[in-house]
Design a protein around this ligand. Structure first.
Ligand code: CTP
Length: 401
């Protein structure tokens, strides 16, 4: 419930503004006190009368109405949340640089509460580097992004850029303003993601094709369920979107080991999704290796199996999960790793499954548990797989606690 929560709903000039009516209705139904603020352009897409009727409040558009000043500072100070949905490319750009040519932007600049943004635009606009840079800035400024969805767009094309559905937006709002209701509230989760880079010399390394997407999606999902998440992230181009995820960046397997040992003791749940190097150059050299001989030998030494190490340290009540990436004898190897590493659960990724594995947006995993359960998940987006895994872990823990 959002009983008594004061929400400023900012609506900007986008076709998706038609969804703002349902969004307002849903927020009010949850008990929120909604003050709608529209940009002048937004009023061409949806009538203020519709929104004032649904929110039971006069809609604010201008800095002053009938010689009365709408105090943007007080509006921002008294709110629990400012939600901008839909947020057009134009408004995002103005917010990123601090422009202030309408009431909505003035409130944004003076607000002290969290700000959530649900962008809506055509795919080309969404993917334009200028919009990307603006979004990066807005995230750095502490704003919370409600990710865009894929589907039909106003241009008649299909692609990324649709505003999230009102029901999804309300879920994000509830996650933020009412975290106590979440199943993992008060729990700490450790997740690893991405590849590791093992230096050969100052300019070369041994790495792998892991994108980090699976672990990042898991970190986001755990945070969405109320957990405090520590993500140990190797070199990846991607980042989590949930503000409940604290990131520790590492490069090498040794750095990942040290970071994991630091966080493991206080973690209720740990999921090791990183593709950690099994071997590292024994003697990385300080100077760049020059091209001389026809062949070059680099001696590699085994790294510590972090997951196995955590399995040894695991205490009663701690839940430990890992991945198994296999090309043959998949199931047999998965059970073996589950036992040998003292895990509660292992997620098998078979590289023989099309659409599964590294650097893809989809994945296909089979879950094996310490008490002999096996469950195959169908080929889905990594985000959906992460959702299923997190729900599975929540259910598995609730049976043993
Ligand atoms: N793992 C780890 N530390 C390592 C290697 C792997 O923590 N040095 C973890 C991975 O994060 C994953 C699990 O162990 O959760 C299994 O990784 P995988 O590469 O499938 O198996 P390995 O145990 O490394 O065995 P092999 O490469 O021989 O299959």
């Amino acid at each position: 419930m959002l009983q008594g929560k004061k929400i400023l709903l900012g609506i900007t000039g986008s076709i998706a503004a038609y969804k703002a009516a349902l969004l307002t209705r849903l927020l009010v139904k949850e008990g929120a006190d909604v003050q709608v603020i529209m940009t002048p352009a937004a009023t061409q897409f949806i009538a203020p009368l519709t929104l004032s009727t649904l929110s039971h409040k006069k809609v604010l558009v201008e800095l002053s109405d009938n010689e009365e000043w709408n105090n943007h500072v007080l509006l921002g100070r008294r709110a629990d949340l400012m939600l901008i949905a839909p947020a057009s490319a134009n408004t995002l750009a103005k917010m990123a640089v601090g422009l202030c040519d309408n009431l909505l932007l003035a409130v944004y600049l003076s607000t002290a509460c969290p700000v959530m943004i649900a962008p809506a635009m055509d795919e080309d606009m969404w993917r334009h580097p200028a919009t990307g840079n603006n979004m990066q800035l807005l995230l750095q400024h502490g704003n919370i992004l409600i990710p865009v969805e894929s589907g039909e767009l106003a241009s008649g094309l299909a692609g990324e850029g649709r505003m999230s559905e009102p029901e999804t937006i309300v879920k994000y709002v509830k996650d933020l303003l009412d975290p106590k209701q979440k199943p993992l509230a008060g729990k700490t989760v450790l997740v690893t993601a991405g590849p590791t880079y093992e230096p050969i010399d100052p300019v070369r390394f041994i790495g792998n094709f892991s994108s980090g997407k699976m672990g990042i999606a898991l970190a986001d999902e755990f945070a969405g369920e109320g957990a405090k998440v520590n993500l140990i992230l190797g070199p990846s181009h991607f980042l989590p979107q949930h503000t409940g995820v604290k990131i520790t960046r590492i490069k090498t397997a040794k750095e990942m080991l040290d970071a994991c040992l630091g966080y493991f003791k206080s973690s209720d749940i740990t999921v090791m999704a990183a593709a950690v190097a099994d071997y590292t150059p024994q003697n990385p050299v300080e100077k760049k290796i020059k091209k001389k001989e026809n062949t070059l030998e680099i001696v590699l030494e085994k790294t510590t199996d972090i997951l196995k190490e955590l399995g040894k340290q695991k205490k009663k009540g701690q839940f430990l999960a890992g991945f198994a990436l296999e090309t043959d004898h998949e199931e047999e190897n998965a059970w073996k790793k589950l036992r040998e590493k003292n895990l509660d659960l292992i997620l098998l990724n078979s590289l023989n499954d099309e659409g599964a594995g590294f650097a893809q947006d989809t994945n296909k995993v089979t879950i094996f548990t310490g008490n002999g359960q096996k469950k195959q998940l169908s080929l889905k987006s990594k985000k959906e797989i992460a959702k299923d895994i997190v729900q599975f872990i929540i259910n598995a823990r609730s049976k043993t606690h």
